[in-house]
Ligand binder design. Structure first.
Ligand code: NI
Ligand code: MN
Length: 227
């Protein structure tokens, strides 16, 4: 069984078999987080989409505590190795696929920016297409709407899209992205953390139900969906 849990903001945990994988964990300085980094179960991989603080802030601490491997674009993987003293990193790049013990991970494009907190160059921002058994989960991560999403994520089982607006696509464009992709289920993310990205998720869900063929699944922080 595979379980996907929303940690709040852009942060997710995938549990499958005896593996636990994080995406963009952001807990310590996150007013919406319900658990601290110390309360996480044992983690083996951490996927990082881009260099902004709300995606990288807790990753090095968690990685070193759990001997977890950070997977990120080459420039960010190097930054974790060289400046954050993370023991295990894997650098990849957009369009590349990587087989890991829990499944495969493909790095997809994102339309955003990516500078690390100390000003270092973070390469290009990314999303991830994660395939576990035969289920495909598309994490768009921080991005605007762009039509190439369809090439990477057409008919995925689950699409996780940002809806917070201001820094990423908002509700209108997430509805358009859902139509474009044709996802079976769509989950909102990157909203509600701070007032500038507040959104009414039930209004978003009504739009998805009314205008697309996807099933909206609104998780509260800490809630999970089984694949
Ligand atoms: Ni960002
Ligand atoms: Mn962000």
């Amino acid at each position: 069984m595979t379980k996907l849990t929303w940690l709040s903001h852009g942060g997710w945990m995938i549990e499958t078999g005896n593996h636990r994988v994080l995406l963009d964990p952001f807990l310590t300085e996150n007013p919406a987080a319900l658990i601290s980094a110390e309360q996480l179960p044992d983690i083996d991989h951490i996927l990082i989409s881009h260099g902004h603080f709300d995606h990288v802030a807790d990753a090095a601490t968690i990685a070193n505590q759990h001997d977890a491997t950070i997977v990120a674009i080459y420039e960010i993987a190097e930054w974790f190795t060289n400046t954050q003293h993370v023991q295990s990193t894997i650098g990849m790049n957009i369009g590349g696929q990587l087989d890991l013990p829990f499944g495969s991970v493909k790095m997809t494009p994102a339309l955003h920016s990516s500078q690390l907190p100390d000003g270092s160059y973070g390469g290009e921002p990314a999303g991830f297409l994660v395939t576990i058994d035969r289920s495909r989960i598309y994490f768009a991560c921080d991005t605007a709407l762009f039509s190439d999403m369809k090439l990477y994520a057409e008919n995925v089982d689950i699409a996780v899209l940002p809806i917070g607006d201001l820094f990423t696509m908002g509700i209108d464009d997430s509805v358009a992205a859902t139509k474009l992709i044709g996802a079976k289920k769509v989950l909102p993310a990157h909203y509600g953390t701070w007032p500038p990205i507040a959104q009414d998720a039930s209004q978003w869900a009504d739009r998805i139900r009314g205008e697309t063929t996807a099933e909206p699944v609104v998780l509260q922080v800490g809630e999970s969906i089984n694949l």
